[in-house]
Design a protein around this ligand. Structure first.
Ligand SMILES: *Cc1c(COP(=O)(O)O)cnc(C)c1O
Length: 485
């Protein structure tokens, strides 16, 4: 096949027909894949798929969109893990809403970069409106500001940077960050990246509900000051990754005020509550935060990536401000030209905000909140199923949409064997492709996890997957008995 002139692939006024055709062809392939999917995964192994990917000669282009899409089906589309399928129950991934996918198509084609006004114009204003809108939902007050980020990890890192700079005067090794034993690992990673000492993160234990134990936090803060150290920040989690548990935010706020400490709320998961028609109250206390992480790509049904950091006092974002003559000179700030790079850890930056904008303009915040409510309701139904089922042990009643449980054989069994049976069940399920579930450790033992973010998942799906899990676990226990005898 002869190749078309390279310039015929540029998206410009001469090639709008090719653009329309090419993107439509891609949309058709994805649509066909979605409508044909009977399971969330084919169960393909890395060993089976790697040779298919390796066989592609990257120095020999196919020249033709249809051929490239045929090949893409082989190397990716057919075997991808599909979050829209009702039996994908594993991680904090959501099926995405169509207005956001439309936004994604628009933002890639126009390709604005949100670092400076002269690379984005209206995009900058749209992002700012959404930041103000989110800060308003949180209740951060008139001086609030923020910026879109690549994800919760980056939002947490930036929050810790601001907190470190605000806790000035202290030597970095004297700074302490308090967070629960089930907070996200990006808190510890951020402390390392920011040059805090190895003892910087003080891990506060959680109660049975996996919420930070406030009396321990109080004692640790007192101890910190008694030792002449500086409490830099308390990181409360509104929706822990493993359990969906929400730390006692009003009590954390009180302690932060008393100790003059930065309060960060990691609501990467729980931010969906901001638009919930019935559950907003579960986030009470978040309005006292100095900074808040939200991942729209978790509970707002947005495509990756879409996240933001919000701060109560917009002037604290200056700690991320560096000027470059070529890009955002100091005089631009003096002339009040809105250059978002002045608030961001990134320079060139995607216009992710457009996806949320299209979502709010087409379906509205209540629509998103209703979908999130549905998955929270579903988790409640799943909890009832698990509590009533003697085959399973379930950990905490869900505050959001997560269920953590494990299979228990109805007879005396070595605990290590139970661990292995649950690990096996997860792997066997993944290999079958029938469903995808996650796993975690609770008090040293292996558990399984459903993170429910798909409103199309029904209680009957949960029941069916529980039966599959029990079947795989029993098969493992039966076979290991045969091997032992
Ligand atoms: C997912 C998650 C993060 C990390 O967010 P990314 O978008 O994956 O970087 C941080 N905190 C919590 C509580 C999370 O659930």
């Amino acid at each position: 096949m002869s190749l078309l002139a390279p310039r015929s692939h540029l998206l410009n006024d001469l090639n709008v027909e090719a653009y329309r055709r090419s993107v439509t062809e891609g949309v058709e392939r994805v649509a066909a894949q979605l409508s044909g999917a009977t399971s969330p995964f084919t169960g393909v192994t890395p060993a089976a798929l790697a040779p298919v990917v390796d066989a592609v000669d990257l120095d020999r282009p196919l020249g033709d969109t249809a051929a490239a899409l045929d090949e893409l089906t082989e190397v990716y589309l057919r075997d991808a893990v599909y979050f829209h399928h009702p039996r994908y129950l594993a991680h904090l991934n959501c099926p995405v809403v169509i207005p956001a996918v439309l936004g994604e198509a628009v933002l890639s084609a126009v390709n604005s970069s949100l670092d400076t006004w002269d690379q984005s114009a209206g995009g900058t204003l749209i992002e700012r409106r959404l930041i103000d809108w989110t800060a308003g939902r949180i209740g951060l007050g008139e001086s609030a500001d923020g910026v879109f980020t690549s994800g919760g990890s980056q939002s947490n890192l930036q929050a810790m940077l601001l907190a470190r700079e605000e806790a000035k005067a202290a030597h970095p090794t004297q700074l302490r960050v308090f967070t629960s034993d089930v907070s996200h690992f990006s808190v510890r990673k951020s402390a390392t990246l920011l040059g805090l000492g190895p003892d910087a993160v003080v891990v506060v234990p959680t109660d049975r509900e996996r919420r930070m134990r406030i009396e321990v936090l109080a004692a640790e803060l007192r101890r910190c000051e008694a030792e002449g150290l500086v409490p830099m920040a308390v990181v409360g989690t509104a929706g822990t990754t493993d359990f969906g548990s929400i730390d006692p935010l009003p009590e954390i706020a009180e302690l932060c005020a008393r100790h003059n400490t930065w309060m960060h709320v990691d609501a990467a998961y729980g931010c969906g509550l901001l638009v919930s028609p019935t559950r907003r109250g579960r986030l009470t206390g978040v309005e006292h935060a100095d900074s808040v992480t939200v991942d729209y790509h978790k509970s707002f049904f947005q495509p990756v990536s879409s996240s933001a950091l919000l701060v109560r006092d917009g002037t604290t974002l200056r700690h991320a401000t560096y000027h470059a003559e070529y890009l955002n000179p100091r005089r631009a700030a003096e002339e009040r030209i809105p250059n978002q790079v002045d608030k961001s850890l990134q320079t060139t930056r995607r216009f992710d905000a457009l996806k949320l904008w299209m979502t709010l303009r087409v379906m509205g915040a209540d629509g998103i909140g209703q979908l999130f409510d549905e998955v929270c309701d579903l988790a409640g139904e799943g909890w009832e199923l698990l509590v009533a089922d003697p085959r399973f042990d379930v950990v905490v009643e869900p505050s959001l949409s997560t269920l953590v449980f494990r299979y228990l054989p109805g007879r005396p069994t070595d605990p290590a064997q139970i661990d292995r049976a649950n690990l096996y069940a997860r792997k066997a399920l993944f290999a079958s492709g029938d469903a995808v579930v996650a796993g975690t450790k609770v008090d040293g033992r292996h558990y399984l996890k459903f993170t429910l973010l798909n409103p199309e998942t029904k209680a009957s799906d949960i029941a069916a997957v529980l039966d599959l899990i029990a079947g795989h676990a029993e098969q493992y226990l039966g076979e290991s008995l045969v091997h032992a005898s």
